[in-house]
Design a protein around this ligand. Structure first.
Ligand SMILES: *Cc1c(COP(=O)(O)O)cnc(C)c1O
Length: 400
């Protein structure tokens, strides 16, 4: 990877509407120009011409693992230790089920109150179905370390808080957890593609994440899962699907796990979504994740400082210190929903998370100083002139 990423070149790879400041790539990354052609090829040349033969001839069956190998460098994992498929919720469930079975005498699942609800729901549902007295403990994020102990089976954390952008010190927490015999799960939904992740260096047991946020695979893009080398062989998958079988086309009546992380594949891969991800990953051929992180921090500070000067009604919800913040900046405002609708109507797209958070994704692959400055100027105008106080801005849509 180059030392100095050319961000004009990365921006040119994306198909963004003219004049739009798109600050929501932490929710849904934009379309890369390469994606429609790649998906059209999968449709017309592969599905259309090769039909069922494409599973072999177009490499469809190997695609989940090949994409895992493309994601691996972004999360500090080695080739062959990442696979893709399903959604993140499913990958969380798989990792958690495996983790609990690796620590059968312990009953506590430790996470935090800022984790994304689906991760917590998966833990609650799994605990209920196991019916062996597992307890989910969710202290405030800053108190997680105080709850580490020998009763904890699994530490399951999302590095970057989806609301506030607060970032855990994962290396420190994983080291402490490992010293206590706790199995570790690191959710990188808001890290992968936003900042460097060092799976190998921390010795974390599982890494899970999604690709439609900072990796731009499009709506419903596949999730991924990494398992530490040597650990996968000890896992009997809870979701024992045929494509995680050692010999799927032997159609044996009994399950035998495939080697390594491949055993965490479940069913038929979503090839069209994977084709989109494959094309979207091309940007990483010319972008370094270290450069992306450095520039994201520069742009984040510009937004924080600009809003502090021009928008006195906004309260910064994200940590001020760079190393404590992920690839987003959040503010609180009691009318946050309406304020965001007024911004979107003026071509600045962020999003809203209940109860009062305005979120802005800071994604240097395709945004720069101009978008940040426009965001600050329009925010200031919307707040100063109460442009959010209209029936249209108050009307709630299903997706916020
Ligand atoms: C976005 C996100 C999810 C979403 O899960 P899906 O199953 O892909 O819908 C789950 N967990 C975290 C931490 C997220 O940020």
């Amino acid at each position: 990877m180059p030392h100095v990423t050319d961000f004009a070149a990365t921006r040119a790879l994306f198909d963004l509407p003219q004049g739009l400041a798109y600050l929501d790539g932490n929710s849904l990354g934009p379309l890369a120009h390469a994606v429609p052609d790649r998906v059209a090829r999968a449709l017309r040349e592969e599905w259309g011409r090769m039909l069922v033969g494409a599973w072999n001839d177009a490499g469809w069956m190997a695609l989940p693992d090949r994409l895992g190998d493309r994601i691996a460098p972004l999360i500090g994992a080695s080739a062959g230790s990442v696979t893709t498929g399903d959604t993140l919720s499913i990958k969380v469930f798989q990792a958690l089920a495996a983790a609990l079975s690796l620590n059968p005498d312990r009953r506590v699942i430790l996470s935090d109150s800022g984790n994304f609800p689906s991760d917590l729901y998966m833990a609650q549902g799994l605990a209920r179905s196991l019916d062996r007295g597992h307890r989910l403990v969710t202290p405030p994020p800053e108190e997680v370390a105080d709850h580490l102990g020998e009763e904890v089976a699994v530490l399951m954390l999302t590095e970057v808080d989806y609301r506030t952008g607060r970032r855990h010190d994962m290396a420190d927490l994983i080291a402490r957890a490992r010293a206590l015999g706790i199995v570790t799960i690191w959710d990188v939904a808001h890290s992968a593609g936003a900042l460097p992740v060092d799976a190998g260096g921390t010795g974390v047991d599982f890494v899970v994440g999604c690709t439609y946020k900072f990796l731009n695979s499009g709506p419903g893009g596949p999730a991924f899962i990494h398992v530490r080398r040597g650990l996968a062989e000890r896992i009997e998958p809870a979701l024992a699907g045929w494509l995680g079988h050692a010999a799927p086309f032997a159609f044996e009546p009994g399950y035998r796990a495939a080697e390594a992380v491949r055993r965490l594949r479940v069913g038929t891969p979503p090839i069209l979504q994977m084709a989109a991800l494959d094309a979207a990953m091309d940007v990483w051929d010319i972008a370094s994740i270290h450069d992306v992180r450095a520039r994201s921090l520069v742009l984040s500070r510009r937004l924080i400082d600009g809003a502090a000067a021009a928008c006195p009604d906004l309260v910064l919800a994200s940590p001020r210190a760079d190393e404590c913040r992920g690839g987003q900046v959040s503010f609180r405002h009691p009318e946050g929903y309406a304020v965001m609708q007024a911004l979107i109507a003026r071509g600045v797209v962020g999003d809203f998370r209940a109860p009062d958070i305005l979120r802005f994704g800071i994604t240097p692959l395709y945004i720069g100083e101009a978008e940040i400055d426009r965001c600050v100027a329009i925010l200031a105008e919307v707040l100063d002139r109460r442009l959010w106080d209209t029936p249209a801005c108050h009307a709630r849509a299903a997706v916020t």
